[in-house]
Write a protein that binds this ligand. Structure first.
Ligand code: 13P
Ligand code: SF4
Length: 365
């Protein structure tokens, strides 16, 4: 039988209804050979097709546990890399749009982290004194760096536990790429702000003096999420002035000032659980991505809960948004034709080292 041709382009001229119908048909044809994972920040038209939804920790576990031949990851690039690393060799990880990256993850790269490690060595012995901790929002080669250097991966759900693990082994932590998650977590563990310094990767020696490096317990990479940094303390003040009964909840990628003013701080999954378990009639102001907040509002308004987005300007994750139903339809229809498009593969050696750092994290739960 002649092999069928690859479908070359995502069908952008399709109506939403037609696209929906074709996604459902392609999924039915693929059966349990395909597993669709959907991060909570995905738009609704994509999210509703997810077999499993979750935050990055939950989805990385699901990728590892899945029996499906194809794991279609509706999320961003580093998530599909994690799926490839943790899944079995015969399973394939697919990202519907290859341009769905993470701007925060891009703020750290291997050359800069290796340079930081060398520059730290001018003052201290990093391999004896520093645990490198990478947020899961990072490229696979940075996870591999952590695997090689006795380090570990964290997510926003387990950052505290991971820092505790790290301090049991070495006295300092180099935390990348998110400055805010690192500071918010370290501070709630009781580490004073003057023992937390920021490594500015654009400056020689991170812009730090040898004394600052020696005194620091946590060295934070100067990276951030452009979505979560939009939330400001004054947004909370203004909202509370109008609705004093509001409970404020933020993702730890938001700034220190925003997290200090919030009643609750936690990962995407924690935010969902907290709002879900709250009393009927409760009002919430949420410092997290817009698609998640809109979904929470829709899901709980029948219980009289009102869920509001923290920023007055719209700030959704534009890279998560690149996964649209048309791209999902395209990758699924290609799989029906026996063609794999947009496969994400991590080179074997890098994957082995990254897996060490990921498995150190997964073993803690
Ligand atoms: P979660 O770990 O909460 O899923 O966050 C991932 C992310 O990219 C948030 O911006
Ligand atoms: Fe990256 Fe921020 Fe988007 Fe999360 S919300 S994927 S950290 S850019």
């Amino acid at each position: 039988m002649a092999a069928s041709a690859e479908i070359l382009f995502a069908p952008h001229d399709l109506s939403e209804e037609e696209c929906e119908r074709r996604i459902v048909a392609a999924r039915a044809a693929l059966g349990d050979r395909v597993l669709i994972l959907g991060h909570h920040y995905q738009r609704e038209e994509v999210f509703r097709h997810a077999d499993i939804s979750g935050d990055s920790l939950k989805l990385s576990r699901q990728a590892a546990a899945s029996a499906a031949q194809y794991i279609v990851f509706c999320g961003v690039h580093f998530m599909a890399e994690v799926a490839d690393i943790l899944s079995r060799p015969e399973q394939l990880a697919i990202l519907p749009d290859l341009s769905a990256g993470c701007s925060m993850a891009d703020m750290a790269n291997l050359a800069k982290v290796e340079r930081a490690w060398r520059e730290l060595a001018a003052t201290i012995d990093p391999d004896g004194m520093v645990t490198p901790v990478t947020y899961i929002n990072s490229a696979a080669d940075l996870k591999a760096f952590c695997g090689r250097h006795g380090g570990i991966v964290c997510t926003s759900s387990n950052a505290r536990q991971i820092l505790e693990w790290s301090f049991e082994r070495r006295e300092k932590v180099l935390f990348f790429p998110d400055e805010h998650l690192g500071r918010n977590t370290a501070y709630t563990m009781g580490i004073p702000l003057d023992e937390i310094v920021v490594w500015d990767f654009n400056q020689p020696r991170g812009g730090l003096t040898p004394e600052q490096v020696r005194a620091a317990r946590v060295i934070l990479w100067k990276g951030f999420c452009s979505v979560h940094q939009m939330f400001r303390p004054e947004h909370i003040d203004r909202f509370l002035a109008q609705y004093p009964d509001t409970q404020v909840i933020s993702h730890p990628e938001a700034s220190f000032e925003v997290c200090r003013k919030s009643h609750f701080v936690g990962s995407t999954e924690y935010i969902i659980k907290t709002v879900a378990e709250s009393e009927p009639g409760t009002r919430w102001l949420v410092g997290a991505e817009l698609n998640l907040v809109k979904r929470l509002h829709e899901r709980y308004r029948h219980e009289g809960k009102s869920v509001h987005f923290m920023s007055p300007t719209i700030c959704m994750c534009s890279t998560m948004f690149r996964i649209d139903p048309q791209h999902l339809c395209w990758v699924l229809e290609n799989l029906v034709e026996g063609k794999v498009v947009n496969r994400i593969t991590v080179p074997p050696r890098e994957a082995d080292e990254a897996r060490i750092a990921l498995e150190r994290m997964l073993a803690l739960h």
